[in-house]
Ligand binder design. Structure first.
Ligand code: ADP
Ligand code: MG
Length: 242
């Protein structure tokens, strides 16, 4: 059984059709990279995966369970799905370790000392235990994104969604975030990553999904995708981002 299954999803905002029949499944330990031009519907698809956006038609299964408005089920499912955003979304009035502890206290209901220990382990994992008492404003963009990854990781998610995690970063800071993501992949985490970073996609993805105008145009393993794309859409896209 796949971990996540998106089945024939359609979504419009007003008169704009943003997703036009998208189906996708993600198995355990897969690293699925979603690529495509701006406006293709990538962020919407990612948000639909944990029901931050509701589909107009179609449905989503997580471990075989259908996502719906039933808040009890939804909360339970969302606690198993991590989300890492382009703009980090850290709380500026909380220290680094407090940011990582928050979900553990509020959602997982851990005690303060359990939450602290787990948060420190996760900060260690992303190489930032020495910044535990700093505030987000004292960190570089790359460090902030590593904190956001530690925060997602602390919840022990079965799936982590990344929406352009490095596109707000100075190019010199991209690599440190990719290194952490690579480590998660090697540890067997299941990840869906929207990114324009070809190097990361080539080296880390187990599958590439290419979208345009709300539909999946091409899907395949990275070697085929980058060396012999089947569609002119992908060829044009690749020549525009290389
Ligand atoms: P991508 O991430 O591939 O750039 P998005 O999923 O963000 O694409 O957006 C696809 C289209 O949907 C864009 O035209 C965008 O303006 C529109 N859109 C996305 N979210 C909303 C929203 N909440 N309300 C209205 N339009 C939206
Ligand atoms: Mg986007």
């Amino acid at each position: 059984m796949s971990l996540l299954k998106v089945v024939d999803v359609h979504k419009s905002f007003g008169n704009t059709k943003v997703l036009n029949g998208v189906s996708l499944q993600v198995d355990k330990s897969e690293i699925v990279v979603i690529m495509g031009p701006s406006g293709a519907g990538k962020s919407t698809l990612l948000r639909i995966m944990n029901y931050l956006v509701k589909p107009d038609e179609g449905y989503i299964l997580f471990k075989g369970e259908k996502l719906s408005d039933d808040m009890r089920v939804l909360r339970q499912i969302r606690s198993q799905i991590g989300f890492v955003f382009q703009h980090f979304n850290l709380f500026r009035h909380l220290t680094v370790v407090q940011n990582v502890m928050l979900g553990l206290l509020r959602v997982k209901k851990l005690s303060k000392s359990e939450a602290y220990d787990l948060a420190m382990n996760c900060l260690e994992m992303v190489g930032l235990s020495d910044k535990a008492r700093s505030y987000p404003s004292q960190l570089s963009g790359g460090q902030k994104q590593r904190v956001a990854i530690a925060r997602a990781l602390a919840m022990k998610p079965d799936l982590i969604l990344f929406d352009e995690p490095t596109s707000a970063l100075d190019p010199t800071l991209v690599n440190e975030v990719h290194q952490v993501m690579k480590k998660l992949a090697a540890d067997g985490h299941t990840m869906v990553v929207v990114t324009h970073e070809i190097g990361f996609a080539r080296n880390v993805a187990t599958r590439i999904v290419y979208m345009e105008n709300g539909v999946i145009i091409e899907e395949g393993n990275p070697v085929d995708f980058f060396t012999c794309p089947h569609t002119t859409n992908v060829r044009d896209f690749l020549s525009s981002v290389y």
